[in-house]
Design a protein around this ligand. Structure first.
Ligand code: SF4
Length: 325
């Protein structure tokens, strides 16, 4: 059976942390099961941060280094920079003609983010910011993605894409599949909330041994486990959520937690050691790759060329059913 196609992207915001790393590890698993299209979505970065773009090239390069050093394979996946494939903008424009304004205004994250960023002094009451989920829909539809890996809070964005797909089919002709969600759990911050620099609860991806140990020591655990002899519940423990990513012996840890066979201090120490050894390899590969900026550019250019082929075939179909050109 032919493999399905996935699209996903990440904004080069310059705050790459362990939450992003977890998304990447999920992408790496998916690269075996699907034809994956992964994009560094630089236009998305502009929707909420357009005034000062001077750091954008450096952030894009850093993001590419993070992806490749973590193990995202440019042969197995199509990996490229969004603005290098102009068809994203073209489809975004055409979809914007037929998307009711109310659909965009009711996206739950829109008003929250508008307020949150406004309080931070950002003027983002803009056309581009409102159209952010529309651009996301264009990204997904351009590659006729069958599925999209999403966290729970992004489901409304994907639902909007599905509505746009249906509206396009009703007005013109069916061209796009309705993409399904592949739900990906989010790695929490050290206080158990969503990991975010604005909460100060993140673990930077570039963290070295001392910082990793001290951040892990601060992680919240099962609040009912007061004494070492109290049995714990790993399913509500932030430390255990990280063990699931970093420790092959995660099942053994869960058993020891439940029968009070391990204390939280030791459990955290084991986690920190696992994180240090895993990330040491990744950081080493990153260092090597950073000495070859020409190679990174070459890989991204190759990815853009492959993405453009798919994108232009879709646009030919779209223009034909819309009687354009
Ligand atoms: Fe969490 Fe580990 Fe403590 Fe269990 S033993 S509550 S998994 S830190």
């Amino acid at each position: 059976m032919a493999k399905g196609r996935i699209f996903s992207g990440m904004q080069p915001s310059g705050n790459f942390h362990m939450g992003n790393y977890q998304v990447l590890t999920n992408w790496i698993k998916l690269q075996e099961e699907y034809n994956c299209v992964y994009s560094i979505v630089d236009w998305h970065a502009l929707t909420s941060s357009y005034e000062n773009t001077s750091k954008l090239p450096e952030r894009i390069e850093n993001m590419a280094l993070d992806w490749f050093s973590a193990g995202l394979d440019p042969e197995k996946n199509i990996i490229f920079i969004q603005s290098h494939v102009k068809e994203h903008a073209e489809l975004h424009l055409l979809l914007s003609m037929m998307t009711p304004l109310s659909w965009l205004e009711r996206v739950p994250t829109y008003k929250d983010k508008l307020q949150q960023l406004g309080e931070m002094g950002k003027e983002i009451n803009t056309y581009g910011f409102l159209g952010y989920p529309e651009l996301m829909a264009a990204d997904i539809m351009l590659y006729k993605a069958d599925a999209v890996p999403v966290a729970e809070d992004q489901i409304p964005h994907l639902e909007l894409t599905r509505e746009i797909v249906r509206r396009f089919a009703n007005i013109y002709k069916p061209v796009f599949p309705e993409p399904q969600a592949i739900l990906s759990p989010l790695l929490p911050g050290i206080d158990g909330r969503k990991m975010s620099k604005s909460y100060g609860n993140e673990i930077p991806y570039a963290a070295e041994s001392d910082e990793l140990h001290s951040r892990v020591r601060l992680m919240v655990t099962d609040p009912k486990r007061i004494k070492k002899t109290d049995p714990g519940d790993p399913d509500i423990c932030t430390v255990y959520t990280f063990h699931k990513i970093f420790s092959p012996e995660q099942n053994e840890i869960a058993v020891h937690c439940r029968n009070a066979g391990i204390g939280c201090v030791d459990c955290k120490k084991r986690l920190a050691e696992k994180m240090v050894s895993t990330l040491a390899d990744v950081h080493g590969r990153r260092k090597e790759l950073s000495l070859k900026p020409g190679k990174i550019k070459e890989i991204l250019a190759y990815g853009a060329e492959r993405a453009r082929k798919l994108a232009s075939a879709t646009m030919d179909e779209v223009k034909s059913v819309m009687n354009l050109g």
